[in-house]
Every structure is written in structure tokens, then in C-alpha cells.
Design a protein around this ligand. Structure first.
Ligand code: XMP
Length: 522
């Protein structure tokens, strides 16, 4: 939906996990960005006419014949390029420099020195290979203890950094991107979210009305839109936007799959049944549980839940279609956001997890079409949009909750009994955190591990579950640090969990950052 804007910076993906951080940072600096495959054709590049190109990092070695490459012509277009990590190595190698593997690897924060000024700052590194000889015409501008940290050829407007400026652990990283955009690419900074609402509304109307005309269905003013509402930020903002675009024609379906947190289903029903839209709650708990019987693999769980979700939807849609006149059509709306799309696709990037609102869509959907009005936005942008649309802070700032819900916080097979344990433990954790006088983590929950250990309660030996506490600090949910909760608070939570929930014998605290761990355990 930002495509009509002139200024575009392309982020070319070579499989790095941080591509969205880069694109999000560019947008945060008021320049519209999109992520494309690293091997995009020169013809398409020319057609998109970007003011700058950023090459992402990636897990491969540029020296491997099978690693992802870009066209050498990309560097001849006169368009400024910033190569990051693998992107820098790729640019240097294509242009005649040397990249070596092995002894120069660095992982984590290191000191990098700006050669001209002698100043040192901290930067996040994550690389095995390094540029050991820059191409002709390139100067080395920064060094780390092990390697060349930055190169440049200002005449050709080609720049490379071995560190990750998109990471918040790199001091001054945002400034590196800002200078590339404004000083090298000459950006004016014309990307504003304010324009988004009007553009999105007219595009929604266009899709919902015009595709029906194309299909010769005649009347266009009573077509319906169905939205899966989970009560999370994305679907709530989507509902607000759609009810503005097609008032009176939006039906929100809340599929209660039974994996919601304590009392959450009732809360969602209470909020949305008061709004100016048709709200339907489908109680499908037993059905989902039956599908997951005997399933232990996390990806299979995710896929089955996603698939079942869509099935429930189709059933509701056909009920609604049959109630409508022959002239109307039903469109499926989804609160899919940009990272959902980027993370679920991509040739080079490894699929870390299937995000179920994208991964499980079957091809035989009985809908006239699909509307995804948030699909160009990052999470932070969705929140800002929600505020502009008048949603409450409580709703907008809710901590994220995954589509498959508590099912992916129960390791191994999901059963009613395990769901009860995870739900109660989550409620205790939330209650304690919400009354503690601390800055709350960005996301916090419990995980029911599939491990049982020996304990002693009263004078009896017990053999019960280990529950983990996960609390993370993050801005973008692409990377995170564990939140160091006060020990006293952790102790209180542990004591409540083990005394109030008989099936828990032990509580552990997850202190892993992302990467290498993900936020959810499955
Ligand atoms: P991970 O575990 O990938 O999670 O580090 C990053 C963020 O995404 C949420 N998450 C999901 N959200 N559908 C969603 O809508 C999903 O399938 C899903 N899986 C993870 C997770 O809670 C965290 O905020």
C-alpha cells in the first residue's frame, strides 16, 4: 500500500534473520522499504527504481558455489548499495575482493574502531567469513579486533559493514542507516503512516467492490467481509480499519480453539460484541483438541491448528454466504502483517516457524477474495495505526499472543489436563507481574515442559512437571534479551506455582536471548 510513494529502498534478502529489522528501521526513518529476494532480476530492479539498496546478512559462505548471489550488474546501476555482513562480503567478492573463511569469526558485541577518527564503539558481529582484501577502489574505514569492519567506495556509492547496524546492540547503528539513506541515497523522507489509512480504505473498497464487478456478480454494495478476530493487536486493528472501510458489512469471527489464556475468550467477546460489527464466537475447543491427539511435533501442531482454523472459517463463511442474497460475495480478511509474510516465505531464509495465519491456507477457499490491509506494515506501525483509529491503549499494547496459543507452550502432546496446568500457571505469572512495581517485560508467559522431576511435598515423594518462566525485553520480537526479573519476585512466583498447582514440582527460569533461542519454545 505504500507502493504509490516514489522513494523506495529495497532490502535484498540473502537469508539473514534480521532483514525485517533493517526494513523496519528504514521505515522508522521515514523512507518506504520493501524486502525482495537477493536474486531479483535487473529488469525488476530497474522497474522498481529504488533510491538505494541494502544487501542483508545470511548464513552461507559467499565462496560456496551454491550460496545465494545477486546479479553483478546491480553494482553498475548507479544506485547506492549498503552491504551488511554477508551482503558486504558478497559485494566485495563480486567486485574482485577476497573473502576468507574460518579464523576470523566473531559472535556477539565487539569493539570496532573508526580508522580516521580513532574512535571506538560497540557493534554486534555474527560472522564466520570475513573480507580480507577489499576490491580495487574501496577503502577500509573500520576495523574490529579480528577483521575489516567497514569498507567504502564513495565515488560509486558502494558501502559495506561487517557488523549489524540494524541491531540495537550496535551503538550508533541507526545513525549508519540514517546517513546511508539521507546522505548517500539523498532520501527526502516522505513515508508517513498518516497517508496509510486513507489509501488502505480506498484499496479495501476497491477489492471488495470491484472484483465482484469483474466476476459479473452485479450488485456490489452488500458484499460481506469476514475477519478472524483473535483480540490481538493485528486482528483488532484490522477490524477497526475494515469497519471504517465497509461499515455494516463486516462480520468478525472469533474461533475459540481452547488454547486461549484464562478468561480471555470471555473478555474478547465482551469487548467486540459491543462494537459496531457482527461478532460471532465459535466454540471449537473439542474439535481442535481432537486434531492434536497424539501429536508431539511442534511444526505439525502449528500446521494442524492453522489448517483447522481455516476449516472452521470456511464453514462459517458458507453459512453466511447461504444467508446472503445471490448477488453478494464474501471476502476473507486477515490481520497478516509484513513480517508474517516475509518469515513464511523466501527461498533462502530457513523457515524458523510456520506462522499459522499464512502457512496453512488451503487452495480451495470458498471466498471471493482475500483482503489483508495490514500486510505492508510492521508491528510498531500497526500499533500507531491502531491508535490513529481510536483503539484503546490497553488493546494496542497487549503483549503478543501466538495464533496457536497455549498449544505451543505445552511441550509434547496437548491434552485438556496439560492445558489446565499451563493456563493456571500463566494466570499466576501474569497476576504477580502485573502487581509488581517493575517495568513490565514486553512478553512473559509460562511453558509446560514435557519433563518431570522428583520432588517432595509434605513427606511424600512427588514426580511432577517442570514449568519454565519466560520473560523477555524486546522492541521488535525478532531479537530479544531475557528480562532479569528480581529474585524475590521469581521466588514468590515459584512458590505460588508449586503450592497452588499440584502437578508442578519444579520451576526454572529461561535466561536465553533470541538468537539463539526463539521467544516461544515451539
Ligand atoms: P518466536 O517464538 O518466533 O516469536 O521468537 C516471536 C513473536 O511471535 C509470536 N509468535 C506468533 N504469533 N502466530 C502469531 O501470530 C504464530 O504462529 C506465532 N508464533 C510465535 C511470539 O509469541 C513472539 O511474540
Amino acid at each position: 500500500m505504500g507502493k504509490s510513494l516514489k522513494e523506495l529502498v529495497l532490502v535484498l534478502d540473502f537469508g539473514g534473520q534480521y532483514k525485517e529489522l533493517i526494513a523496519g528501521m528504514v521505515r522508522g526513518l521515514s523512507v518506504y522499504s520493501e524486502i525482495k529476494r537477493g536474486d531479483i532480476s535487473i529488469a525488476e530492479l530497474k522497474q522498481l527504481n529504488p533510491i538505494g539498496i541494502i544487501l542483508t546478512g545470511g548464513p552461507d559462505s559467499v565462496n560456496s558455489p551454491t550460496s545465494p548471489k545477486c546479479s553483478p550488474e546491480l553494482f553498475e546501476l548507479g544506485v547506492p548499495v549498503l552491504g551488511i555482513c554477508y551482503g558486504m562480503q558478497l559485494m566485495c567478492r563480486i567486485l574482485g575482493g577476497k573473502v576468507e573463511c574460518g579464523k576470523f569469526g566473531e559472535y556477539g558485541c565487539v569493539d570496532v574502531t573508526h580508522i580516521a577518527s580513532g574512535k571506538t564503539s560497540t557493534a554486534l558481529m555474527s560472522h564466520r567469513d570475513s573480507v580480507t582484501e577489499p576490491p580495487d577502489g574501496f577503502a577500509v574505514t573500520m576495523r574490529s579486533p579480528n577483521c575489516i569492519a567497514a569498507v567504502e567506495n564513495p565515488t560509486r556509492k558502494l558501502y559495506g559493514v561487517q557488523f549489524h547496524p540494524e541491531s540495537k546492540h550496535t551503538v550508533g547503528g541507526r545513525e549508519v542507516i540514517r546517513r546511508f539513506l539521507y546522505e548517500v541515497c539523498g532520501a527526502k523522507g516522505n513515508y508517513k503512516l498518516d497517508d496509510y489509512i486513507e489509501t488502505a480504505i480506498s484499496q479495501i473498497r476497491e477489492i471488495v467492490n470491484e472484483s465482484v464487478l469483474v466476476n459479473n456478480r452485479g450488485k456490489t454494495d452488500n458484499n460481506q467481509v469476514l475477519l478472524g478476530l483473535s483480540g490481538g493487536v493485528d486482528s483488532s486493528v484490522c477490524a477497526a480499519l475494515l469497519s471504517k472501510a465497509v461499515p455494516g458489512r463486516l462480520t468478525c469471527i472469533f474461533v475459540d480453539h481452547g488454547f486461549m489464556r484464562q478468561n480471555e475468550g470471555n473478555e474478547i467477546e465482551e469487548i467486540f460484541s459491543k462494537c459496531n460489527l457482527t461478532f460471532i464466537r465459535v466454540n471449537a475447543q473439542e474439535r481442535f483438541l481432537a486434531k492434536l491427539k497424539g501429536i508431539v511435533d511442534s511444526e505439525t501442531k502449528r500446521k494442524l491448528i492453522g489448517y483447522e482454523f481455516v476449516r472452521v472459517f470456511e464453514e462459517q463463511a458458507s453459512l453466511i454466504c447461504s444467508q446472503e442474497s445471490g448477488n453478494s460475495a464474501v471476502f476473507l480478511a486477515q490481520g497478516t502483517i509484513y513480517p508474517d509474510i516475509v518469515e513464511s516465505g523466501g527461498k533462502h531464509g530457513a523457515t524458523i516457524k510456520s506462522h499459522h495465519n499464512v502457512g496453512g491456507l488451503p487452495e480451495n477457499l470458498a471466498f471471493e477474495g482475500i483482503v489483508e490491509p495490514l500486510s505492508g506494515l510492521f508491528k510498531d506501525e500497526v500499533r500507531v495505526l491502531g491508535k490513529k483509529l481510536g483503539l484503546t491503549d490497553k488493546l494496542i499494547n497487549r503483549q503478543p499472543f501466538p495464533g496457536p496459543g497455549l498449544a505451543i507452550r505445552v511441550m509434547g502432546e496437548v491434552t485438556k489436563a496439560k492445558l489446565e496446568i499451563i493456563r493456571n500457571s500463566d494466570a499466576i505469572l501474569r497476576e504477580e507481574l502485573e502487581k509488581a512495581v517493575i517495568q513490565r517485560p514486553d512478553q512473559y508467559f509460562t511453558v509446560l515442559t514435557d519433563t518431570r522431576t522428583v520432588g517432595v511435598k509434605g513427606d511424600d515423594r512427588t514426580y511432577d512437571y517442570v514449568v519454565a518462566i519466560r520473560a523477555v525485553t524486546t522492541g521488535d520480537f525478532m531479537t530479544c534479551e531475557y528480562t532479569p526479573l528480581p529474585h524475590e519476585l521469581l521466588g514468590r512466583i515459584s512458590s505460588r506455582l508449586t503450592s497452588e498447582i499440584p502437578e508442578i514440582s519444579r520451576v526454572v527460569y529461561d535466561i536465553t536471548s533470541k538468537p539463539p533461542a526463539t521467544i516461544e519454545w515451539e
